[in-house]
Design a protein. Structure first.
Length: 527
């Protein structure tokens, strides 16, 4: 063991986060750990300086080891609370040997690592898993054969089902694939090379997004072709063999240990996390859920203490008094609940009229023209770009290819707690079309902010359901409820060319007239 690097020492002295330290911390970097099939998985060990027995916490991913701020947030801050923290690079990343492929080896490499942990002098027999994003996926990848020493799992903004992650709503989630791919594909490089890759993508992204076909345009962002990205792009059906065995949801739902889940209302896979919570609760398995006003990336900056409080409670064998804690938008308050969605919610259906949301079924229709050569942009919501999260919708609502339907000012507060959906009677003149729907809150000054949203492929029979996710949001008295409708949100989702051709090779673009009949309905879950 050796002293911490200078940066981490300075962070401990000058940037206190979370509870006071219980122990000093030392570390041992790049410990070679045998993975499956003879691979070597490099692992950093952060250890509390004490002779007392301390539990072990394992984190595994392509990017977690050695990188700042992860080495501080998870390595140092948890080790100083009395845990041996092991941060490991997945195979083919960060110096670990082998070839990285998203999901295929994480379960067996994780179990091989546990086998190595069993033989270490510091191991007490108590193992916990922890971590964000892909690190959550690697935890649940072991759930098909959970080791007996595994005491609990803490999964923060995790990904559970890669297919649903990349093909949410039936359209390719382009922005998350490009940006997330950069994080994955550059992990075997030096810090300088990683920085250069990020700068290159930032400089070239806008121009690349204008070019077709996508399969020939994207390599300029990475400095070459990436077979893994092309696998995501070229397998649009959940039944494609490429996705076989990818999802960890069923195994995670049956995992017989306590599980703590954390996500944000604008996270990339909030629906998957809520679904896992509900399945585990229905099975009687101990689970708690934290949902904040966060995106996939900004929660650790804004509310790290909330994440750490939940994690430390679980790692120390505790559980919250109530299993659900959610942030209520519009009210600016946290709410502790016995379940999600809470008991007593009821559906409230609002009908479309000419620019209006009403309690009475409407007549007629509204139309817009969607042009894939000038696609409706993605502003706000589940993005990884600077426009992520809660945003002013003025720029988007001024576009000619966007419809807005707005209620009268509310005479009393309306609190939405649960799923939101749109049931649309909609047709498109093109061979293929998408429908994007977003719930917004309009204040008395006219400022409109996004609450939740979703996208779906327009069905041939004209009845298209758009699952707009879940939310906890209070529309205050005097505010108005607004439904925003468009033909896409680019580049969050791949633009629909209107031809039905494979998106990797499509070059021809066909503008579409989209007709939304006023028999369509917005359904809210209202307390």
């Amino acid at each position: 063991m050796r002293d911490l690097p200078f940066l981490l020492k300075m962070m401990r002295r000058r940037a206190r986060k979370g509870p006071a330290a219980r122990y000093d911390v030392q570390w041992e970097p790049a410990v070679p750990v045998p993975g499956a099939d003879g691979t070597t998985l490099l692992t950093d060990h952060y250890a509390p300086v004490t002779t007392e027995p301390c539990p072990t916490v394992l984190l595994r991913s392509p990017y977690i080891r050695g990188g700042f701020p992860w080495n501080w947030l998870f390595g140092v801050l948890f080790a100083e609370q009395g845990f041996h923290v092991l941060m490991q690079s997945s195979r083919g990343t960060g110096g670990s040997t082998g070839e990285f492929t998203f999901w295929r080896n994480e379960g067996r490499d994780g179990l091989a690592t546990v086998e190595w942990i069993r033989k270490q002098e510091f191991f007490t027999g108590d193992l916990f898993t922890l971590g964000p994003s892909y690190t959550g996926f690697t935890q649940f990848a072991m759930a098909h054969a959970p080791p007996p020493e595994w005491r609990a799992a803490v999964a923060q903004v995790p990904v559970l089902d890669p297919y649903r992650f990349y093909w949410a709503g039936g359209q390719f989630a382009l922005e998350r694939a490009l940006v997330g791919g950069l994080a994955i594909f550059s992990q075997a490089r030096t810090f300088r090379a990683n920085l250069g890759a990020a700068v290159r993508m930032q400089m070239r992204l806008r121009g690349t997004l204008r070019r077709v076909p996508l399969g020939e345009a994207y390599p300029s962002l990475y400095g070459g072709r990436r077979p893994e990205f092309e696998s995501w792009l070229n397998n649009p059906s959940a039944d494609d063999p490429h996705w076989a065995g990818a999802g960890t949801g069923p195994a995670a739902a049956a995992l017989p240990i306590p599980v703590s889940l954390a996500t944000g209302w604008h996270d990339l896979a909030t629906d998957q996390i809520i679904e896992l919570f509900q399945r585990r609760r229905a099975a009687g398995l101990e689970t708690d859920l934290l949902i904040g006003p966060w995106t996939h990336t900004n929660g650790f900056q804004r509310d790290w203490e909330a994440f750490m409080t939940q994690a430390l409670r679980r790692l120390r064998g505790g559980s919250p008094e109530l299993p659900v804690r959610v942030h209520v938008g519009g009210a600016g308050e946290w709410r502790d609940l016995p379940d999600w969605p809470p008991a007593g919610i009821r559906p409230r259906r609002l009908h479309l009229g000419p620019g209006a949301l009403t309690e009475i079924p409407g007549q007629g229709c509204s139309t817009f023209r969607y042009d894939p050569e000038d696609p409706t942009p993605s502003i706000g919501g589940a993005l990884q770009s600077p426009t992520q999260g809660t945003r002013d919708m003025a720029r988007l609502e001024r576009r000619a290819d966007v419809l807005v339907f707005t209620s009268p000012p509310l005479t009393g507060a309306v609190e939405v707690m649960g799923p939101v959906r749109g049931e649309f009677d909609v047709t498109t003149s093109a061979a293929s079309g998408d429908l994007f729907a977003r719930l917004c809150d309009v204040d008395p000054s006219g400022k409109s902010i996004n609450v939740c949203d979703g996208l779906a492929r327009i069905t041939p029979d004209g009845r298209t359901v758009v699952a707009m996710g879940s939310t906890a949001h209070r529309f205050r008295t005097g505010h108005r409820i607004r439904l925003l409708v468009a033909g896409g949100a680019y580049p969050r989702w791949m633009r629909n060319h209107g031809t039905g051709e494979p998106i990797a090779t499509a070059t021809r673009m066909v503008p579409a007239e989209t007709t939304v009949r006023h028999t369509s309905v917005l359904e809210l879950s209202v307390v």
